[in-house]
Design a protein around this ligand. Structure first.
Ligand code: SF4
Ligand code: SF4
Length: 451
């Protein structure tokens, strides 16, 4: 286990070292963006079933008030991110490329935008279940991008137990700095969140994994950590995809999570540092998940920034606030360049899972000619889950999807490390994504046919 910045630098096996390009926003303090004319809050911002509206058009709502309720265990509450009037509940563009049911809110320009029901929640007298119920009410999801409902992850299945709570402050995606800025500017909220979640999980100790391109954050966290807190800051080598749960667990604890298993199977729970910080604020102020830190960056945006953005703010408004795009923008991504999702339209809202917005130009994005595989094995050496991307790539090209299943394609976490190192420019991860979708559809058809 790492205890000294100088002597122990941990990591996982394989992976890649892309240039990090973090200097664009590295030193930009978190800046609160104003409330814009309209907020669009999709009912689908998380994995699981959509939220159900509990407001109607014309209702006046307050900042932090519930406007959508969870529709099952794997679902999430949705709150008004501003005080104002509900102007529509209809289909709107979604960052996934679909149109989905959304609540449209017009912020009240004369409201002071104070928090609805601001209060401190006495977590010390609460049971673990009461804490997790509160997190569920707060609408928390994984803020690293996956948007899996946090209360589901915190609910330990019968017969299992948690020993280690891992806080993912790795932020291994190039360009992004939202977690880094949170480490520097929100350490009180992070440590409060850690203390509360240690109680909720019944875990022995927390580890906060931070990569070595954030040495100042490591030092600052160590200086700010409350003495009574069973928590360690673990410096990690800067390497991608260290933010993946399996990789982080291996890097920090030297525990391998077997194929098809989850961290809880090895007595570990992992949460993103932004989620932990938000949970700290939930109990400190009664503030549900209504805003988040987003890195707006890349050579294609005029004023790269780290912004605190109300959920539902439109991308077009964020672009305008950041001085507009350069003329040669070629691609806009939600997330980083390795796993981010390309946006076809700019008329989409910032959601709970939006960690970054990346503007790439024709200098970074251009067609690359694909060449035959030269069997160099670089992809094999890069794959963090020990697949054979070269072999899988050949099978994908031949559309031999059943054979891909035999070669464990469903273990692929779509990190893109193989594509990144391939000298033949073979679009491996793109082909793997297609294969996985087709295999899942095939399995669903077989399951339906058997019922
Ligand atoms: S995209 Fe899949 S196959 Fe490629 S390196 Fe990542 S996990 Fe391995
Ligand atoms: S990195 Fe590309 S060229 Fe090399 S073995 Fe893998 S698929 Fe083939």
């Amino acid at each position: 286990m790492a205890t000294s910045l100088a002597r122990h630098i941990e990591t996982f096996r394989h992976g890649v070292h892309p240039a990090d390009y973090k200097e664009l926003t590295h030193d930009r303090q978190i800046e609160r963006i104003p409330f814009m004319d309209e907020l669009v809050l999709p009912l689908t911002q998380h994995l699981g079933s959509p939220s159900r509206p509990v407001v109607k058009v014309g209702d006046y709502v307050h900042r932090g008030q519930v406007i959508g309720e969870a529709t099952g265990f794997v679902s999430s509450y949705l709150h008004a991110s501003a005080t104002g009037t509900i102007t529509a509940i209809d289909l709107r563009n979604h960052p996934s490329g679909k149109v989905v049911d959304s609540i449209v809110l017009k912020p009240d320009p004369v409201s002071p935008q104070i928090l609805h029901d601001e209060r401190t929640i006495d977590w010390k007298t609460m049971s673990p279940k009461e804490i997790i119920d509160q997190v569920s009410w707060g609408g928390f999801v994984g803020l690293g991008g996956a948007a899996f409902p946090t209360h589901v992850k915190l609910t330990v299945p019968e017969g299992k137990k948690v020993r280690f709570f891992l806080v993912n402050a790795v932020e291994c995606e190039p360009y992004l700095n939202s977690d880094y800025r949170a480490l520097l500017e929100r350490s009180d909220s992070i440590f409060l969140g850690v203390e509360i979640l240690l109680k909720a999980l019944g875990a022995e100790i927390a580890y906060i994994g931070v990569e070595m391109n954030k040495v100042d954050a490591i030092e600052q966290l160590r200086a700010a950590m409350p003495e009574h807190l069973p928590c360690e800051i673990v410096p990690l080598e800067t390497k991608y995809p260290q933010g993946a749960e399996k990789m982080l667990t291996e890097a920090v604890l030297d525990i391998e999570i077997p194929s098809g298993r989850l961290p809880i199977d090895v007595q570990v729970i992992v949460n993103n540092v932004g989620t932990v910080s938000g949970i700290g604020d939930l109990f400190r102020y009664g503030q549900p998940l209504i805003e988040r830190i987003v890195t707006v960056t890349g050579p294609g945006i005029r004023k790269p920034s780290n912004l605190l953005i109300p959920i539902g703010t439109r991308l077009t408004d964020v672009i305008a606030y950041c001085g507009g795009m350069t003329d040669n923008v070629k691609q806009v991504l939600f997330g980083g360049p390795m796993m981010g999702s390309a946006q076809r339209m700019l008329d989409v809202p910032i959601m709970k899972g939006t960690s970054g917005i990346l503007f790439l130009t024709d200098y970074e994005v251009f067609p690359r000619e694909e060449y035959p595989c030269i069997k160099c094995q670089r992809c094999v050496d890069a794959c963090p889950v020990f697949l054979n991307p070269s072999r899988l790539g050949s099978l994908a090209k031949a559309r031999l999807y059943d054979d891909m299943h035999e070669w464990h394609i469903m273990d692929c976490m779509e990190c893109g490390s193989c594509s990144y190192v391939c000298p033949s420019n073979i679009p491996l991860v793109q082909r793997f994504r297609v294969a996985k979708v087709l295999l899942r559809e095939q399995k669903a058809r077989e399951t339906a046919g058997g019922e």
